[in-house]
Structure formats: C-alpha cells, structure tokens
Design a protein around this ligand. Structure first.
Ligand code: CMX
Length: 434
C-alpha cells in the first residue's frame, strides 16, 4: 500500500516534464481577446488546470470521471456508500482511483494529524460569538501557518522542484485540522459550552467532522456530508475561491495563507454563501405562501424576487449552461431517503426547480437559468438539524432564527467600493463564482 506522498512521487516528475514541454513548444499560442478582459475575464482561458474540467452542458468531470462514475469507483467509508472526501482528494491529486486500503490509510493519516495547536484553540475561543463563522474560519486557518513546513523549508533554502513535498505536508495538515477548527467555531457560536469529542483515529475525515459537530449518530447526515464535500473537492480550479488561493499561492505564501484567502472569497453571497441565501429565501417563501403551494404561487414569488432587483439564489452559473450535475446528485440523494422526501423545504426546492428555469428564461438576463449546487445543499443541512445561519444586516451579523426576516444581505447600504469589489471578485476570475 502506497502513501499519498509515494503515489505523487510517481506522478510529479512526468508532470514537471509535461509543463516544461508546453512552455517551450506552445509559448506563442493565443488564448483570448479584449472582450474577455472587459467582461471581467469572462470566458478567458487563462489558467492551466487538469484535476477537473467543467463542460458548460455536461458539468464537472474529475480526471475524466463524471459524478456517477466517481460514486461508483471511489471508495466509501466502512459502513457507508458515498465516496469519501479522502478518495476524491486522492483522485484529484494523483489522477488515479485509490484502493480501499490507500483511502483508509489516508483517513488514518489525517485523523492522526487532526488536533489543533493549543494557541489556535485559544485564539478561536477568544472571538466574539457575533463574529461571522467564515471570518473566524479564515483567521483560524491563517494562524495555522505558525507551523508551516513550507515556510520553514523555504527559509532554509530549497530547490523549486522540491516545493511540492513541503506544500503537500502543509496541505494535508491543514485538511486534517479543518474538522476540529470548523466544529469548534460552530460550537462556540451556536452551542457554547458543549463538550467536543476527541478525534476517532478509525473514522474518515467527514465521519469525524460529523461527530465533532455533534451529529455523529446521524449516519444519513454523515453520508450526505461525505457526498457533499467530495463533490466540492474541485470545480475546474478557476472559481473565485480556488482562483484566489492560486493567486495568493503564486507568491509562495504558504498553503495556510492561500487557503485562508480562498475562504474569504468563498464567503460572498454570490459564491459559497449562496447555499445559505437559498435556505433563507426558501424559508421566507415557505413563511409567506406555505409549503403546499402551486407552481403558480412559486412563479409569483420568483417574479417578486426578480422585480425587487435581487438574484434568484442557487440559479445561474459562470460556466454551466445546464442544471449542475452536483445539484442532480444531491437531489438523487434526497430521492433515495424517505425522510428527506417528506421535508417541506426539500419539497419546495424540488417545486422551485420545476418553475424557476422558465421564469428566468422569460426574465431574460441570466445566461444559465438552471440550478447550481447551492440550490439544494443548505436546505438538506437544515433538514438534518444544521439550522443555524447568520446574515449580513446593514453591516452587522445577526442570527436569523425566524424565516420571516427581511432579505438581509443589504449590498445597497454598503459602500460602492465594497459592492464593486464583490462583483469583481466573482466575475474577475477565470471560472467566476461556481
Ligand atoms: N437571478 C437573477 N439574475 C441573474 C441570476 C439569477 N440567479 N444569475 C445571473 N443573473 C443576472 C446577472 O446578475 C447579470 O445581470 P447584470 O447584467 O445586470 O449584471 C446577468 O444575469 C448575466 O449574468 P451571467 O453572465 O448569466 O452570470 P455571471 O457569470 O455574471 O454570474 C452567478 C454567475 C453565479 C454569480 C450568478 O448567476 C448569480 O448571481 N446567481 C445567484 C447566486 C448563486 O447562486 N451563486 C452560487 C454560484 C455557485 C457557487 O459559486 O457556489
């Protein structure tokens, strides 16, 4: 059984040679035009990426494998059916499907590295409960760079061709510590004073994450999280958050700092926050018109949202021009579980999907009237009991417990520069917010 590092050792020399050849043999190839640049780099091919490819109509493929193919071949956790995050990570990094033993070994390696340094625990515990969890997460991740192997090796002096080994060490340490960090923030903000279990060395990364969050007994949620997180493993490398991490990483800032920067891009309502936006929007719809609603009522609600100048959250995409296969995969997960089929919010998501593309086509603005992954992901979490969320309300963060709250992301009250920056951070990257 190989470790991930040994597997990469086999792949990397060939990749380095491939890149050298590309640079010398195609150095004059033209990749875009002025229109791309005026449109905030819309559609501009400006990045080399191979771990996943996003076809506008077919959706994502991870090293050539579609989502259903990944679900078939990537190892699951013991007792589970869904591919694990580790299996996806292995595939993305090596281009090869791991064996079950390799995937398990990586799970164990991550579990062994999963504890947070004491000072990071103290730092996170010192944050006010009212500070947005994404801001806390970004700061916690940045602080982990205290132990950066890359930074230490760089100071000593290393060859460029060896950067990857130290970067890999940092990246694995970071991934290993994310469950404890995110769960600590979740508990501090929403369940203060509740004791967190220790990391179980026999569990996979997401099995541990679920347990640390306090949902270890809920096998169905744990499986959902495995699928959800594996599907988010990569999205062509050019979406706003991934692009941000590459940009920051290109300065040789270590992986912790690069990832922290990515999290701040992800925190925007047009990107990662969109699944919370969808949840809030669907709950507000439910509060206003009920759960047992007709297509006509949903249509009216959609038009109300559009006429008030807001986007329909969970719909549209920077690259895709069809329904996101990640959305389809999550919907299929819901269809396979009776308890989710009975959930009023999931029912509304389904009905909205039957109506929204037609309304958005008639509205005529968005290039893609179909749902993206966020159209359902947060609503499923809500069903499983992860109900808490925070929203930006005129510059303050508030916990929204009532579905009837007014639409809270008030960009109109932000300074123009902030609005412009949000727009640029989403549109100003190669793949944009997807
Ligand atoms: N509802 C209403 N209008 C929409 C829309 C939607 N869901 N999606 C796009 N539009 C509008 C855009 O705001 C834009 O209007 P302006 O010309 O007035 O600026 C116009 O349609 C054209 O936009 P586009 O080229 O189709 O889309 P972009 O590449 O500019 O933006 C995205 C992509 C995802 C930011 C946008 O579709 C959107 O805001 N969707 C809703 C938020 C969302 O679901 N985000 C999550 C995306 C996935 C992720 O990153 O996590």
């Amino acid at each position: 059984t190989k470790s991930l590092k040994e597997a990469l050792q086999e792949v990397i020399p060939a990749k380095q040679e491939q890149l050298r050849k590309l640079k010398t043999e195609h150095s004059q190839a033209v990749v875009g035009d002025v229109e791309n640049i005026i449109g905030g780099m819309r559609g501009l091919k400006a990045m080399l990426w191979e771990a996943s490819v996003l076809d506008p109509n077919e959706g994502i493929r991870f090293h050539g494998l579609s989502i259903p193919e990944c679900q078939k071949v990537l190892p699951a956790a013991p007792g589970g059916k869904e591919m694990t995050a580790e299996s996806m990570l292995w595939l993305l990094m090596t281009g090869r499907v791991p064996t079950e033993a390799e995937s398990r070994q990586l799970s164990r390696e991550l579990a062994e590295k999963g504890d947070l340094p004491k000072f990071v625990e103290q730092l996170v515990d010192s944050f006010p409960q009212t500070l947005h969890p994404m801001a806390q997460l970004g700061m916690g991740v940045a602080a982990l760079n205290h132990d950066s192997a890359f930074q230490a090796a760089y100071e000593k002096g290393i060859k460029k061709s060896e950067y990857w080994t130290h970067t890999l060490e940092d990246a694995l340490n970071l991934i290993a510590r994310l469950p404890a960090l995110a769960a600590r923030i979740y508990r501090n903000v929403y369940k203060p004073g509740t004791p967190m279990p220790a990391i179980n060395k026999d569990l996979d990364l997401i099995g541990n994450y679920s347990a640390l969050l306090g949902f270890g007994d809920n096998h169905s949620l744990t499986e959902y999280l495995r699928l959800y997180i594996a599907l988010h493993g990569d999205h062509e490398g050019g979406n706003a958050s991934a692009h941000t991490s590459h940009l920051v990483g290109s300065t040789l800032a270590d992986p912790y700092l690069s990832y922290a920067a990515a999290l701040f891009a992800l925190a925007g309502p047009l990107h990662g926050l969109a699944n919370q936006e969808v949840l809030r929007w669907q709950l507000a719809m439910q509060a206003e018109i009920g759960s047992d609603v007709s297509h006509e009522q949903i249509k009216e609600y959609l038009w109300k949202t559009l006429k008030s100048g807001q986007v329909v959250p969970g719909y549209g995409h920077g690259v895709l021009r069809q329904a996101d296969p990640r959305f389809i995969a999550l919907q299929e997960f819901c269809d396979s579980r009776p308890e989710l089929q009975q959930s009023p919010v999931i029912g509304l998501v389904k009905k909205t999907y039957e109506v929204a593309p037609g309304v958005l086509k008639e509205h005529g603005k968005t290039k893609n009237p179909y749902p993206n992954v966020d159209a359902t992901s947060g609503c499923v979490l809500h069903h499983y009991g992860l109900k808490e969320f925070k929203a930006i309300l005129h510059g303050h963060f508030r916990c929204l417990e009532s579905p009837g709250m007014p639409h809270a992301v008030c960009l109109g009250s932000s300074p123009w520069v902030a609005v412009g920056a949000a727009k640029i951070s989403v549109n100003g990257c190669i793949g944009k917010a997807h």
